[in-house]
Design a protein around this ligand. Structure first.
Ligand code: NDP
Length: 291
């Protein structure tokens, strides 16, 4: 079997078009343009690329962006002050603080200060709680985007077995919650899981969010399974070139899976599209309009 490729880039672009139409409609009906504030502290090159891509998508979707690029030595108090200002700014519907923050800044403190109603990353404990008890709130962008990709190939997950490798608060745990909401039977695997390949082989839907280059091999994949590769790993090829790979050994797993996401061009663009979607949702809510 050769897997069908789940084209995250194309699906994300389609989502951008829909978001733009809805943003334009809100501007016309309520005079409100959804606004996203992005705070970047320091010069981490990967973070700079992520922020650039997010700002580009904001423009594509017809949203307003507010960028705060601060030097690495910015104090925690200054960052907290900016978050407080953005919390009060009615033109800002979403606040994103790019992680990782420099070591002298307590990320939990900064993320915890973001108004949960502007927490478009969905990292605030209140939004994590809302997701786990099934209340409406912001869902972290990567799991939300991954769930959309899964739905494109398999709209009904009822009774299917989903295995999520990784239990982080930003990917693994919320991903498992979403799959559970869709009536999948969910297993969360992690670094202490015994016989991980055997666990993965039972998955109808396998989500890898680990951060280990090409860890998932073909013989970990059940024939016909949906494989979602969240990992983004920068490796150096034997020729000395830099390359992005996922947590899944793509070429060999594509021989076994039913559908698979590539890296790049799979989950990554969906993460950004869902950030736009969360900002749009927030602006609609703030304006008292229905999406
Ligand atoms: P974390 O490092 O926070 O979590 C990694 C998880 O993988 C942990 O739960 C860890 O287990 C588990 N793990 C580590 N090694 C193994 C192993 N050998 N076997 C089984 N489980 C293991 O990472 P994130 O969740 O933040 O990110 C995961 C990946 O997704 C990274 O590559 C990251 O770059 C990528 N990412 C991609 C995004 C996108 O937009 N596409 C967005 C966010 C992340 P334990 O808890 O036991 O330590």
């Amino acid at each position: 079997m050769v897997a069908s490729v789940i084209d995250g880039k194309k699906i994300a672009n389609e989502l951008h078009v829909e978001i733009r139409a809805k943003a334009d409609a809100l501007a016309a009906s309520h005079g409100v343009v959804p606004g996203l504030a992005v705070v970047l502290v320091g010069e981490d090159p990967a973070s700079a690329v992520y922020v650039r891509n997010k700002v580009k998508a904001t423009a594509e979707c017809g949203l307003k962006s507010f960028e705060f690029k601060l030097p690495a030595e910015t104090s925690e108090a200054e960052v907290l002050g900016i978050v407080e200002r953005l919390n009060k700014d009615p033109d800002v519907h979403g606040i994103l603080v790019q992680l990782p923050l420099p070591k002298h800044i307590d990320s939990d403190k900064v993320l915890g200060l973001i108004d949960p109603d502007k927490d478009v990353d969905g990292f605030h404990p209140l939004n994590a709680g809302r997701l786990s008890v099934g209340l409406p709130g912001f869902v972290p962008c990567t799991p939300r985007g991954s769930a959309i990709l899964i739905e494109k190939v398999q709209p009904d997950l009822s009774g299917l077995h989903a295995v999520v490798i990784g239990r982080s608060n930003i990917v693994g745990k919320p991903m498992a919650q979403l799959l559970l909401q869709k009536n999948a039977t969910v297993t969360i695997a992690h670094s202490r899981t015994k016989d991980l390949p055997a666990v993965c082989r039972t998955a109808d839907i396998l989500v890898a969010a680990v951060g280990r280059p090409e860890m998932v091999k073909a013989d970990w994949v059940k024939p016909g399974a949906i494989v979602i590769d969240v990992g983004i790993n920068r490796i150096t090829t034997p020729e000395g070139k830099g390359k992005l790979v996922g947590d899944v050994a793509y070429a060999e797993c594509a021989e076994v899976a039913g559908a698979i996401t590539p890296v790049p061009g799979g989950v990554g663009p969906m993460t950004i599209a869902c950030l736009m979607l969360n900002t749009l949702d927030s602006a609609y809510r703030a304006a008292g309009a229905t999406v």
